[in-house]
Design a protein around this ligand. Sequence first.
Ligand code: SIN
Ligand code: FE
Length: 293
Amino acid sequence: MTTDPVVREYPDDTWADSGPTRGVEAVVESGHVLAFPHLPFAIAEAERRFLDARWADGKAKNVSLRWPRGDLRGAAGAPADLEALKRMIVRYAEQSEAFALRLFPHYRGKLRRGNTSFRPIGVLGRPRSWRQDDTRLHVDAFPSNPMRGTRLLRVFCNVNPSGEPRRWRVGEPFEAHARRYLGAIGKPWPGSAWLLTTLGITKRRRTGYDHLMLQLHDLAKADLAFQRSSPQQAVDFAPGTTWVCYSDQVLHAAMGGQHMMEQTFYLDAPDLAHPETAPLAILERLTGRPLLV
Ligand code: SIN
Ligand code: FE
């Protein structure tokens, strides 16, 4: 049997357009993680002080910028410090966006910038409920934020100053994962999507796709035998490494590390280079029904 490693490495050492890798839509859309071990996010001397958990306000999971306004959330400090912190995160947003559009020119004019986050808190720093526990393998899906088929592309960079890797596990291909649990997933209660929107629990109406994605997320995290014994590999992303994946497709778990930048992008499924490889298309094929209803 030939093996197809989930992580593919590339030699790029610049975020700029002159870097060598471009046109790799098919690689990321087929469920790979693109890793760039020589692509650090440059942190200025005066910014090193931000690599400290004290800048997180203790309430939010991360420090983040919300676009289009670029409001800073989840940070605590004096206004001048927060301005400097914001400038650092904005720089990551801009560099990672230019980089994504070089890697994936097919997405030009279609990729939308989501939140940018800075994660100065250690992965193992906070006890959480099993559903929020990202040390368990999962695909990203959020109860309050139905994606309705829209993809979640993420660009991560480990900015740890003391050599500590971001330690991930990556798991089985999406289709195998869906086949594992589809039989156990019931239909949503009639009227539940309407009710969740009316009560303000969901930002927009949950579709059949969102129901299945949330169930996959929850069933995987609740299944300790799956967590322990399913096909998986450990991957350490050393400081200075940038990596890119569709986190709604790649089974992933964060096992350790501290200090990371992350940029989320949204892309509507029809705008993919190969829409037939998307979770939406795979789930529609496996269930035999349209899921954006
Ligand atoms: C996650 O997306 O599940 C967490 C990724 C990380 O914090 O490294
Ligand atoms: Fe995740």
